[in-house]
Write a protein that binds this ligand. Structure first.
Ligand code: FEO
Ligand code: CA
Ligand code: CA
Length: 611
């Protein structure tokens, strides 16, 4: 999400549970390690590099065609400097091509983009705005043909239809249809250019698309409205995940901001306050013409409970509705990083991006293949946990169910626990974090999570000596019992402030993805060093080497990462170029407004992207 001066910074921290702030624990933890291990940088860098890890990292290095380790370093591209121009800048070893900008038509007969957007019907069949989390689903295993699925997190009213507030229901629908998810079939032609295929697989999911609920909360009164309206829509789709069975997970983040009311009598209840609902929301004004989003409309009393979920989409089944997987809990989901844990169980790591909110984990009940064979979704049956980080470098996953006495003291049913997962995690004693954004699982089992910043920090400490702390850091942990246990060891992988003055300086880490060689792709969202534009860096998680690969145009954030099966083509997103303001940027074209778009990256020598 657009950061740092807008939505998140204006939103009050809604966690008043009094759980021990992460800063205190970080302070204690880093302080201990500085005593033990000498320099701060040394202490931060090497915590997990045991001989066994080193062996895994070597084994996971690049291979040649014979399967032997190659001599090429994991990262050997020429890095770029900080960049503050109004184009994009990529390493001279790479090419970058813009595809599928906001407004690209998905079917024959759908009009090309024009601005201001006036037709809700047209926008519902064009690529959405606010490109974010993304994955590529090859067709027939191809590296040149597949379905690219990406989130359309947000776009402001002035950017979309040229006014602060909607004055018609059509304008509300235009705004709604710019949000959601885009699935677009793409194919690379003989000249190397990617073209849109206008097939059934190219389709949109918007806040008005029919959806289903599944898992423990499906059928609960908490998801029913007196108006009797069927479940519709997904919105503020931020980061994502992808499953071993070929589906896409889209994550609903700041859903609260699309609700509002003109009623002076409305006040949030405890749960609504914890999720940040307010009369003005983020200023979209959808409630002015759509009663679903009017907080005071008794007919839609539970509409807000229908958002904040992880939603599963099958890119190859255009006939299937998106399914909201309630077992994964309702929070402001940033992403949903999956891995297969011991016993073949699916494990999903998830950040809840707000100051002082939590990191979550879901573990399926059994082996995902046997569950699928029985017709069960592995995402419907399992256990949800929230993380507690302890000062001694260990941590515990706290079960969010009635088995946990602290949760049972507050809630009496699982539909409440999952719908109000933040309050369950408050009760369980989870550790309030500095805005958890993306998580990713490296090939050696380490899990990394970006903590983008926390401008409400008041106490300077050894870990983050600035107060407030605008720069963020990346934490990592290793779960016991191959991701299915309830304990873990953790450490800080890097403090962004430590990179100041280096040739890989960055702040506000947000997007994060580990490839299967152990490269970490780090994408930023916030004011970068020396006023530079947001960027993507590549790190070797084994050696901590970091190089800057790509920078976007002024006012954008870089987010989302997807890759072809051969890893020779990567897709990343440029979100809100110019912050949507044509006076700042017209990227990637000539106007009248800047357009969010996907960028295709390839090594000029045809090598693995990131190398
Ligand atoms: Fe949608 Fe927290 O970024
Ligand atoms: Ca983000
Ligand atoms: Ca962000």
């Amino acid at each position: 999400m657009h950061d740092p001066e807008s939505i998140h910074d204006n939103a009050p921290a809604t966690n008043t549970s009094g759980n021990r702030p992460f800063e205190d624990i970080l302070n204690a933890r880093v302080g201990r390690r500085m005593v033990l291990g000498g320099t701060l940088a040394g202490a931060l860098g090497a915590f997990f590099v045991s001989p066994a890890d080193a062996a895994i990292r070597v084994a996971a290095g690049p291979k040649n065609k014979a399967g032997k380790p190659s001599n090429r370093a994991l990262i050997d591209f020429e890095p770029i400097p900080l960049y503050d121009g109004d184009d994009m800048l990529v390493s001279p070893d790479y090419t970058a091509e813009v595809i599928v900008p906001w407004g690209t038509p998905l079917s024959e007969g759908t009009p090309e983009f024009s601005w201001p957007v006036t037709s809700a019907a047209a926008q519902a069949d064009q690529v959405g705005i606010g490109h974010d989390g993304m994955w590529f689903y090859p067709i027939g295993g191809s590296n040149d043909h597949g379905v690219l699925v990406f989130n359309n997190e947000f776009g402001t009213n002035p950017h979309v239809f040229g006014a602060e507030l909607p004055s018609t229901a059509e304008q509300v629908a235009v705004s709604q249809h710019a949000h959601g998810v885009t699935a677009v079939e793409i194919m690379r032609d003989s000249s190397g250019t990617w073209d849109v295929v206008k097939s059934d697989r190219s389709r949109r999911f918007t806040p008005n698309t029919p959806v289903e609920f599944s898992g423990p909360v499906a059928g609960s009164p908490l998801l029913q409205n007196p108006a009797g309206n069927e479940p519709q829509g997904t919105l503020n789709n931020c980061a994502n995940g992808y499953t071993p069975w070929g589906t896409y997970l889209t994550c609903e983040e700041n859903f609260n901001g699309y609700f509002g009311t003109e009623s002076g009598d409305w006040e949030p209840d405890e749960a609504q306050a914890r999720y940040g609902f307010s009369p003005t929301g983020f200023g979209y004004g959808w409630h002015l013409f759509d009663p679903r989003f009017d907080l005071a409309d008794p007919g839609y009393a539970n509409e807000g409970n229908r958002f904040g979920w992880v939603v599963e989409i099958d890119p190859m089944r255009p006939d299937k509705k998106p399914i909201k997987r309630t077992a994964l809990g309702r929070v402001k989901h940033e992403g949903a990083a999956t891995t297969v844990g011991r016993g073949g169980r699916i494990v999903v790591y998830m950040g809840d991006d707000q100051r002082f909110d939590y990191i979550y984990k879901f573990v399926s009940e059994r082996n995902y293949k046997s569950m699928t064979a029985r017709g069960q979704s592995p995402l419907d049956h399992g256990t949800l946990y929230a993380a507690r980080f302890d000062a001694d470098g260990t941590g515990e996953w706290l079960e969010l169910s009635l088995n946990n006495p602290a949760v049972a003291a507050v809630f009496s049913s699982m539909d409440e626990v999952l719908t109000f997962a933040r309050l369950a995690a408050d009760a369980a004693g989870a550790t309030p974090m500095d805005r958890p954004e993306w998580t990713t699982v490296a090939p050696n089992g380490d899990v990394y999570c970006t903590l983008t910043n926390n401008t409400r920090r008041t106490e300077p400490n050894a870990a983050n000596p600035q107060a407030p702390n605008p720069d963020g850091h990346i934490i990592r942990w290793r779960d016991a019992d191959r991701h299915v246990g309830t304990t873990f060891e953790w450490d800080i992988w890097i403090l962004a402030s430590e990179t100041a003055g280096t040739d890989y300086s960055f702040t506000d880490p947000d997007g994060l993805w580990a490839d299967r060689d152990g490269r970490l792709f780090i994408q930023t969202d916030g004011g970068q060093p020396e006023g530079a534009n947001n960027q993507m860096l590549v790190a070797n998680a084994g050696t901590d080497e970091i190089r800057r690969m790509f920078a976007g145009p002024a006012g954008c954030e870089i987010t989302g990462v997807a890759i072809t099966p051969d890893r020779r083509t990567m897709f990343i997103n440029v979100q809100h170029p110019g912050n949507g303001d044509p006076a700042i940027s017209l990227w990637p074209g000539s106007g009248p407004v800047p357009r969010d778009a996907t960028v295709v990256l390839q090594r000029k020598d045809g090598g693995i992207v990131g190398s």
